[in-house]
Ligand binder design. Sequence first.
Ligand SMILES: Cc1cc2nc3c(=O)[nH]c(=O)nc-3n(C[C@H](O)[C@H](O)[C@H](O)COP(=O)(O)O)c2cc1C
Length: 194
Amino acid sequence: MSDLTILALSGSLRKASLNTRLLTAAQNVAPPELSFDRFQDLAAIPPFNEDEEHPAPAAVTDLRQRIHAADGVLIATPEYNGSLPGVLKNALDWLSRPSDFGDVLNRKPVAIIGASTSPIGTIRAQLNLRVVLHKMNAAVLGQPEFLLSLAHQHLTDSDALPEQATAILSNVLNGLSDLIRHQHAVAALIAEAN
Ligand SMILES: Cc1cc2nc3c(=O)[nH]c(=O)nc-3n(C[C@H](O)[C@H](O)[C@H](O)COP(=O)(O)O)c2cc1C
């Protein structure tokens, strides 16, 4: 039974993206209380320009609204030149700006995963993404960390991950579920105290 919604975002625009496939693998091992809302319109988010913030582009408003409505966020990031892709950073820059939905990532539970074709996974991209999300005051899951190296060898047509990777990915999803419940409980206590 699903009672928590996760906005799932891939940082790749590629049709055959390994990170988009990784989100499918994550959805397959998620605990039953999590339902996934897959955002697939990253390519429609224009380059951020302070001169053109208002009115916000439709794709930005859609992403803001869906993150606002979600209980948590799962980001699968590729690594480009030792960092997160520009399109993902660009979307986060949009999200960092005030809107009708408030600061949608403020205190929002977020988990990061990543797949790359290299042997060292997405360590640097994930670290850089953490720095950006920290600045935006998101509640980023610290442990476990999940990165899939040589992902093209694993995310094939069957999308079957090695057993150990599946177990860690499942732990990430359970960790995100716990973090969401913790945040909800704290919010309820604060509301009660007021
Ligand atoms: C411009 C560019 C830069 C890249 N830089 C890195 C890198 O720094 N580290 C890495 O592990 N892989 C790097 N790669 C390889 C990516 O891991 C690989 O293309 C991966 O499939 C991208 O994710 P996607 O399949 O979700 O699109 C790079 C690829 C591109 C196109």
